[in-house]
Every structure is written in structure tokens, then in C-alpha cells.
Write a protein that binds this ligand. Sequence first.
Ligand SMILES: C[S@@+](CC[C@H](N)C(=O)[O-])C[C@H]1O[C@@H](n2cnc3c(N)ncnc32)[C@H](O)[C@@H]1O
Length: 276
Amino acid sequence: MSLQPFVKWAGGKRQIMNHLLKLKPKKFRHYYEPFVGGGALLLELAPIHATINDSNKELIYVYRCLRNKRLFNKMYALCKEHEEKHSEEYYYQIRNLDRKKTAYAKLPTYVKAARCLYLNKACFNGLFRVNSKGQFNVPFNGKERINCFTEENIQSLHKYFHKRKPVILSKDFQEAVKTAKAGDFVYFDPPYDVVGEQSFTSYTTGGFGKEEQTRLRDVVKELTEKGVLVMASNANTEFIRDLYKDFNIHTIEARRNINSKGDGRGKVEEVIITNY
Ligand SMILES: C[S@@+](CC[C@H](N)C(=O)[O-])C[C@H]1O[C@@H](n2cnc3c(N)ncnc32)[C@H](O)[C@@H]1O
């Protein structure tokens, strides 16, 4: 059963998957992915025991619906409705649901999850981006017809999540790994250290600056002391190399093609850090 990410996510890991698979530990108990995003590595490994987390609540609603049969069926039906009603006007109607904060907060999980899948497929460049008020602000992609998912993949995802019942959280990364024990494996894929102005870091409100990178490194140190196996991805910057100088740093080449202007496609160096 091959599982594919259900969203195109900034920082998606498909480009460097071979390196991640080579560098991951051979054996581990419980898998943790505290910045799960589209979950490329999670889905590649399809672990039996897992805890996933992302501060982006919209994305987490989709994972919750994939795990629960009743929610999955409702999300599925609503996605089909979105596909049928799809037009530019409809797109903005659905996109703007979050403009009324209180009413939006009260919507059922499956409604927000279906909205997330629909917007991800109908928005320009397939990005999930919010403004400073936390409102989804990507314009329409102009396509006449869209599919919220591919049938085979969404069914396989539902099968996996329903069977394995991973723990699904939407907290800060530090909280999400509190339960990790010796022999467990944590893969950190945070928003990357910013090299130039164009780096895409607005997944959710609240950026991920140097202080956050340093806090993450400290969490890696604590986990290392506990005997937890840790792998982390980041940009190949002087700042990151210095932060992780006490760990193993593997430099790799990646192809990247997400930025706000759609240019800047090309090869960049990244690092994969391991404590084993
Ligand atoms: C580089 S992306 C992860 C990409 C993912 N591995 C993939 O394959 O699609 C980083 C993720 O971290 C989340 N994030 C940002 N700050 C966070 C925090 N403090 N705690 C938890 N998640 C956070 C973002 O919402 C985003 O989804």
C-alpha cells in the first residue's frame, strides 16, 4: 500500500526522501513527527506506533478525519460537493469562511477539513498560506475543474490512519515530544532557517526565527540525553551548522520549487542532522 501526501505543502520532503530513508535509524519504537505538514516521511514509513503534530490546525483536522470513520465519510462527501459546486465565486465563498472568526471556530471538524483539502487544490500554486490575522489568503488558481484528492490514495490513507490510530496533536513542537522515550525516533522538519527574504515561512501566523531554531536545538539536546533517536532537516546555513556543531551534519542537495513568486526553482543545499 503506497501512501502519498494529501496536500502539497511548503517544504514537502519528496525531493530528499532517498537521503532521509538512508539516514533514518534502522530500528526504533515509537515514531514522532512534530512538524508533520504533508507528512511525506510519515507516509513513507507508515509506522505502527506514531505521534504526529503540527501547529497548523486546519491540516490537523484532515488527519483527524482520516483516522475516524464517521468523520472521514462526512469529509469525503463534502469534498465531492465542493468539486461539483466549484467555480471562482464558490472558491472565494469557501475561502472567506474564516473571515468571521467566531462562526468559523464553531464549524464541525469535517467541514474545516474538507475546506482545507478543497482550498489546497483550488488555490494558486497549491500553497497553504495565511495572513497576520490567520486568514487563508491565497488567490484562486483559475482551474475549471479540480479534484480534492485521488480516490485510491484517500482510501489508502483512511485505511492506514484508521488501523494504526496515531496520536494526532496540534501544539507547539516541544510539547508534542514530551512523551518520547529511549529507543523512540523523532524526525524534526521545522520551517527552515531563513537565508534570503524569499524563503517561505508563513505556514501559520507566528514565524520561526533564530530564537525558535535555538529552542528546537535545545529540545534535540534534551532528547539526546534521554536516548531518543533524532533526525532533523534544515537549511544549510552558518547559523544552523553552528547550532548543531555537536551532532552529525550531513549536507545534501535538494530541488526546491515553492516560493511566493513561483521563480527561484533550482538546486539548494540542505542539511540532515542526526544524533546517532
Ligand atoms: C517544513 S514544514 C513540514 C513539511 C513536512 N515534513 C512535509 O513533508 O510536508 C513545517 C511545519 O511546521 C509547522 N510549525 C511551525 N511552527 C511550529 C511549532 N512551533 N510547533 C509545531 N509545528 C509548527 C508548520 O505549520 C509546517 O506545517
